[in-house]
Structure formats: structure tokens, C-alpha cells
Design a protein around this ligand. Structure first.
Ligand code: KG4
Ligand code: ZN
Length: 327
């Protein structure tokens, strides 16, 4: 079964064809990110306008890249929520119209759940196609860390995601973006802070006495990242321009605070809930420090941790088409 997925929840316009829920035949992504950079955040009106301009081209290219024609599409899946209303509306209206014209079923997909499902996507012809669901058995614990969300889920099956914890203020990606803005190192902040942290290295970070708070919120699986963000702000205001002040070290110490909490809480949730699989998703799942820490902690606890391949961490339509197959 070939499902055409459509994703337009934020600044990415994406279309993809996924066969039988896992085999990605094509995944095309256009983004208006560059236009938002000078504002330091997404401008919803610009994002939705570009969605409208890109959606036809991106969808045609996805069908072409898959080597298929419109008649080979068996169903259409679209991100229904959450997201920016103007952006979502473009994808939903487009998908409904296409499904109506082609007389094919339309499946609504939750964007956050799709970020988790991205772990089950494999490239065309991959040997893992037959084994991927056995490699990552359910029930599982899911950690979604993106620009808009930081949530932990108990996942019984793909139709049953139960929220067990979430951020009480900023999402993890939002904190990366805001801290990057404070440090004036560009937007989006995640990839820049990730690179700076790698350059500083963990040994230098240990030796460095700069530490930012980690919100433990004991007894819950909730997160809080606004405290660490404010701590970075006060630190930068006080020390910026003084001898020994290093933006790279501040960025690395900030990242350490965020990834330590994310990794410790999600492994704790797995251990306490006796779940052997941890599925991570969302833009922050691309973070090399988080990947390393989770591999280490999950490995010690005998838990299988999985991250989507890099193109499927960021917003993409393959995760939408994939999840639709198992709903
Ligand atoms: O999932 P996504 O593409 O869009 C949303 O649904 O929000 O996530 C975007 C977020 C941004 O906040 C960005 O700074 C963050 O993911 N991000 C990263 C990295 N790459 C992207 N955060 C930390 N490390 C990264 N390497
Ligand atoms: Zn997303």
C-alpha cells in the first residue's frame, strides 16, 4: 500500500510516499526557515504563505521521485495537529481536495505521534524492512523533543499514546533557540549549540566550573527549561565581554543541563514502567550529545534506545505517511 503523506504544520512543506508503513520511496521537504532567521523565530504569516506556494510542487516531486503516478496512491495522510493554524490549513485543505478528487481514503495524523513513528522508517530496499518492528517492540516509552514540545509517552500500540510527562514551560528546542538568541549565535539554535558543545568537548566541559541548573521536578516525568534559559541570560549579562568569558563554553554548559535531564528522566520512566524500548523523536533528537548520553544510560539499564535517521528527526511527511498505515 502506497500512502502519500502531507506535512505542513510549521515552516516545512513536505510530501512523501511510504510503502506499507516503513519503506520510504520519496520524501521531499521545502522550507521557509531562511526567511524567518532575521526575526529569530517563525513568523506564522510568512510560513503559511510559503506553504501555499510550495505544496503543489513538493507533492508532484514526491510522486515523481517515488517513480509512481497519481493512480498508484492508495491513501492520503495529513498532519491534523498540533501546529500553526494557517500552515496546517494549507496541508489539510490540499489533502482533502486531493483525496476527494482521487476518491481515496484520507487519514488524519497527530504530528507529535508521527515524530515517534519516524523510528520505524527505512530507506527503499533496506534489509531492515522486515525486522524493524521486531527490533523496536511495543510497548515502549516515547520522548518527543522539538521546537514546540517536550513530552514523554507510554505507548501501548500506535493508536494508544498516553502522555506521562511534559514541559511546564519552554520546549527543549525552544530553549535551544532562545539561548542561541541570548548568545547571538543564530537561529535555529539547536544545531549551532550542538556544534559548539562538540568543539568544547566533554573533558573540557567537566573541567570547566560553569554549571547551569537542572530542573529535577522529582516525582514527576515533567520537564522545565525556562530556569536554565534565564540562568544563561543573567550569566551572559554579567560576564559577556569580561576576560575568560566564552560563548562556546556557555553553550556547552547549557546543553549539558538540558540533555542530562532529558536522558535521566526518560531512562527512569523506562525502568520504573518496565518498558524495554525507548523511542526518541523531534528536531532535538538530532542532538549528538543527547544521542550519546541516551545510548550510554539506556545501555547501562538494558534498554534499547532508537533515534530516527537524521532526515526524519526534523519535520517531514514520511513520518506522517508511515504512522497513517498503522492507525
Ligand atoms: O521537530 P522540529 O523540526 O520542528 C518542530 O516540530 O518544532 O524541531 C525544530 C527544533 C528547533 O528548536 C531546533 O533548534 C531543534 O529542533 N534542533 C536541535 C538540533 N537540530 C534541530 N536541537 C538540538 N540539537 C540539534 N542538533
Ligand atoms: Zn515537529
Amino acid at each position: 500500500m502506497n500512502i502519500l503523506g502531507i506535512e505542513t504544520s510549521c515552516d516545512e512543506t513536505s510530501a512523501s510516499i511510504v510503502r506499507n508503513g516503513s519503506e520510504v520511496l520519496s520524501n521531499v521537504v521545502a522550507t521557509s526557515l531562511g526567511e524567518h532567521q532575521k526575526f529569530g523565530g517563525i513568523i506564522p504569516e510568512i510560513a503559511s504563505r510559503r506553504q501555499l506556494e510550495y505544496i503543489n510542487i513538493v507533492t508532484s516531486k514526491a510522486i515523481e521521485d517515488a517513480g509512481l503516478s497519481v493512480g498508484d496512491i492508495d491513501a492520503i495522510a495529513v498532519t491534523k495537529s498540533p501546529g500553526l493554524i494557517g500552515s496546517l490549513l494549507v496541508g489539510i485543505t490540499f489533502a482533502h481536495s486531493l483525496a476527494y478528487a482521487l476518491k481515496k481514503p484520507l487519514i488524519h495524523v497527530n504530528h507529535i505521534h508521527a515524530h515517534i513513528y519516524a523510528n520505524y522508517l527505512v530507506d527503499k530496499g533496506s534489509k531492515r524492512l522486515k525486522t524493524i518492528h521486531k527490533e523496536l517492540p511495543l510497548p515502549a516509552t516515547g520522548l518527543v523533543v522539538s521546537g514546540g514540545h517536550s513530552s514523554l509517552f507510554a505507548i501501548k500500540n500506535f493508536k494508544s499514546f498516553r502522555l506521562i510527562g511534559q514541559t511546564r514551560d519552554d520546549a527543549a528546542g525552544e530553549a535551544f533557540d532562545k539561548v542561541a538568541r541570548i548568545l547571538q549565535i543564530g537561529y535555529p539554535g539547536g544545531p549551532v549549540i550542538d556544534r559548539m558543545s562538540r568543539d568544547v568537548g566533554s573533558e573540557a566541559l567537566q573541567a570547566n566550573d560553569l554549571r547551569f541548573p537542572k530542573a529535577a521536578l522529582p516525582g514527576t516525568y515533567d520537564f522545565s527549561f525556562s530556569g536554565v534559559k534565564t540562568a544563561v541570560l543573567y550569566h551572559a549579562r554579567k560576564h559577556s565581554g569580561t576576560p575568560g568569558y566564552s560563548v562556546e563554553k556557555v553553550a556547552a554548559a547549557f546543553q549539558e543541563s538540558v540533555i542530562a535531564v532529558l536522558a535521566e528522566k526518560s531512562v527512569e520512566a523506562c525502568v520504573k514502567r518496565k518498558s524495554r524500548t525507548l523511542l526518541v523523536g523531534g528536531g532535538v533528537a538530532a542532538n549528538s550529545g543527547l544521542r550519546e548520553r541516551l545510548h550510554q544510560l539506556a545501555g547501562e539499564a538494558g534498554i534499547t534506545v532508537s533515534f530516527p535517521a537524521m532526515p526524519f528527526c526534523m519535520d517531514n511527511a514520511a513520518m506522517v505517511a508511515g504512522l497513517a498505515y498503522v492507525l
